[in-house]
Design a protein around this ligand. Structure first.
Ligand SMILES: *Cc1c(COP(=O)(O)O)cnc(C)c1O
Length: 391
């Protein structure tokens, strides 16, 4: 058995990194050993020596992730944030980076409060396409994209950013945080980026029971540098978490497709409801980024995340978010169960109001992470919560 180049996503999701052990176990056992026997000094019996450097379960996950991102190499870390930290730690002292403005809060925090301590200075912009040429300086080493953004779900033309950056300096690394789409809906490496990162805590594991991060690249030198840091810094996932995330990843295509189909139904309903001021969803025909979505996302699907503004301000947002029966009020996303939150007071509560509103995060904005419960039940839940809020 072995995968073929021509095998489709679902086949790769099930079989990539799924090796049969000496007992013929169809599912690989969890390898807890921290150290591995050597036959003579510096001659390990197999490919492993010490579990921080490499572990069978982590290796399986890395191999599977690389296959799903059409990449040669994959690396796993103890969280999405640790993945970001390792990528930014790889920049030389005194580097400059350009990042999309409404980047994940933890990434913004790392850029401004941690990376700056080793001399990495970052410029943020809410219009990367327009501002990139003027923001790139002599020492610019990296461009950080998140698409769609959180929580307003703005989509960036990744190929255009790559072209713009590389025309100015081909050494500039372009990184995409692909957490919100997952490798099923988009493979940024296909658009010329150097590194794709994920919080696997979200769609890749998909069951809200593991915190883990991954990255993928096709560049051997980048891989070796980041693998060196993975071992040197040691922010690695446990064998059990690696095993769980690998198990979760095997159903990624089913989960993400279902979530996206239900999210489309819900977004279409919200768009025509008179109690809703605006809907952000890349899967809507009316979405201003629709042309990019068609090129960049599988089947033009919009993913499982929606945000919308409800009439009645912060009060209505609070009432709505505590009136649902199936959507649980909680942070995070990408799991099998549906969640909702109010970014202005939850995930984005730390951002000053003016700055928050400049990127569309108003007090009345509600974010949905659509799960894979029955679509009609989820739609009914949204309708009933709206009715309860506006009665
Ligand atoms: C959650 C998240 C992260 C951080 O990942 P953790 O696994 O929580 O450390 C980074 N980027 C995005 C887009 C996220 O949603």
């Amino acid at each position: 058995m072995g995968l073929r180049e021509s095998d489709k996503f679902a086949t790769k999701a099930i079989h990539a990194g799924a090796h049969v052990d000496i007992h013929g176990s169809v599912i690989e056992p969890i390898s807890l050993s921290t150290t591995f026997k050597q036959s003579s000094p510096a001659a390990p019996l197999g490919e492993y020596e010490y579990s921080r450097s490499q572990n069978p379960n982590r290796k399986n996950l890395e191999e599977a992730l690389a296959a799903l991102e059409n990449a040669k190499y994959g690396l796993a870390f103890s969280s999405g944030s640790a993945t970001t930290a390792v990528v930014l730690q790889s920049l030389p002292q005194g580097s400059h980076a350009v990042s999309i403005g409404d980047v994940y809060g933890g990434t913004h925090r790392y850029f401004t409060k941690v990376a700056n301590a080793h001399g990495v200075d970052t410029s943020f912009t809410n219009d990367l396409i327009k501002d990139l040429p003027s923001l790139i300086k002599e020492n610019t080493k990296l461009v950080w994209i998140e698409s769609p953004t959180n929580p307003t779900l703005k989509v960036t033309d990744i190929a255009l950013v790559v072209k713009t950056a590389k025309q100015i300096n081909k050494e500039i690394l372009v990184v995409v945080d692909n957490t919100f789409l997952s490798p099923y809906l988009s493979n940024p490496l296909n658009f010329g980026v150097d590194i794709v990162v994920h919080s696997a805590t979200k769609y890749i594991n998909g069951h809200s029971d593991v915190v883990l991060g991954v990255l993928a690249t096709n560049d051997k030198a980048i891989y070796e540098k980041l693998q060196f840091l993975q071992n040197a810094i040691g922010a690695i996932p446990s064998p059990f978490d690696s095993w769980l995330a690998h198990r979760g990843l095997k159903t990624l295509h089913l989960r993400v497709r279902q979530a996206a189909l239900t999210a489309t139904k819900i977004a279409e309903f919200l768009e025509q409801d008179s109690n809703v001021l605006a809907v952000n969803y890349p899967g809507l025909a009316s979405n201003p980024d629709r042309e990019i979505v068609q090129r960049q996302h599988r089947d033009g699907l919009g993913g499982g995340m929606i945000s919308f503004r409800i009439k009645g301000g912060a009060q209505a947002a609070a009432k709505f978010s505590s009136s649902t029966r199936l959507f649980t009020l909680a942070e995070s996303l990408g799991g099998i169960e549906s969640l909702l939150e109010v970014p202005a007071v939850m995930t984005h509560g730390g951002i000053p109001k003016e700055q928050r509103e400049a990127s569309g995060v108003y007090d009345d904005l509600i974010r949905l992470s659509v799960g894979i419960e029955d679509s009609d039940d989820l739609l009914t839940d949204i309708k009933e919560a709206l009715a309860a809020t506006t009665k």
